[in-house]
Write a protein that binds this ligand. Sequence first.
Ligand SMILES: [Zn+2]
Length: 346
Amino acid sequence: MLSNENIVLDLLDGFEQMAKEFPSEIPWCIEMGPKDSTFVTAIGSVIHGNETGSLPAVIAMLNELTDQDNPPLKGRYFFFIGNPDAVKAETRYIERDLNRCFHLNDSKTLEGRRAQELALVLSKVNLFIDYHQTNQPAVFPFFTFAFHEESYRWAAYMKAAQHFVTRDPRIAFSSEGLCGDEWVRQRGQSAVTIELGRSGLSHAAHQITLSSLRRVIGYIESELDHGRSPHPPSPEAKDQLNFFEVATKIPWPGDEAALLPGFENFQSVKAGQELGISRPGEKIIAPVDGYLMFPKYPKRNENGRPVEAQGGDIVQIIRPMTQHPRTAYASATQSDNPSASTSRGK
Ligand SMILES: [Zn+2]
């Protein structure tokens, strides 16, 4: 039986073959549809090298689009593999996190240069959909990005998840650098990030990715075919996503810290519940009710210390929003120095 790693390498191979037939101006990126189309979409996969779950569905979608029986595309599409070197190395990144490199001012690292390449494509798009996975399992798949009305409509239209972890668009996701989706929204275009569940190949990741790609591309093609610009309608009440925002972030306490084993994204917690230890004898206690987000379990050496330097948060707790983010963030006051997280998510 083939190992997952062999399957992933075969998928990469298949993608590379197809990229010879449908090349774009950058490596590891397939371009389809007319260059003069009025609507351009980018589909991002494996910006983090271990988050391979969307790959099989992307290949399946490409095969559907290139089927002889398919009418010619009206939209222009880019499908890219974010960090192929990290995929081959079975790691999140080689030199630095690619999804923190979209300030585009780093030509020294492999990921910094890859972000500059990807920006050539992303600078053309009206819509960017970025498929990610979390390090720990997730009770549900979920969207996560700063609130932006048009991006939200695309997310609701995709039907890939019912939960949306969002934030005020004036707050950066990470102080370490800009994410690809943030960069696209800063340019006024739509960008959606979805977390499919735990990193790696899975049936669920395949189903969610393929069905959402079919919905989005089907809608774009149908709208363009009718001479309309693709703009999903505001979702009806029953199709609104469930909104969550960060209630509290627990900063990484130090090398002796450890969460209790087995926490998942969206696992429910109560205020006062023990979450782990910040050092021997000192408990980490949940300060509020909510759901865990991005619980961190770093690789550890034989002394139990994290192999890599840790920062940011050991875990976040999110809570349901009582207001629609459209309303909640419209009244928020502008801050000159928005606080940013250093989460390892996305
Ligand atoms: Zn990711």
